[in-house]
Design a protein. Sequence first.
Length: 101
Amino acid sequence: MIEILHHCGEGGGAFHAEEDGKRMGHLSYEWSSPTQFAIMHTVVEKEYQGRGVAKSLLDAAVAFARENGYTIRPVCQYAESMFRREPGYNDINANKRHDNS
């Protein structure tokens, strides 16, 4: 079972996916403002690709944003692609909220 750990600091933070104590991947973000963060990188170790790790990391970041009233700027290719194709993220998508689409 994938466990998601979250570490947050002044400049940003990261969500880490682990299974049986082994790091599977991470999603890192940087604060753009007190109420907005930008997803900068989503990385999954090669041996864990294709198991939904990236989606689990993104889901954790989205839940964190919703729970705290934050918006997200999807900068990395994976996050940007997922936000573009999934209208369910529009409520926290800083790009959508600014262009009113």
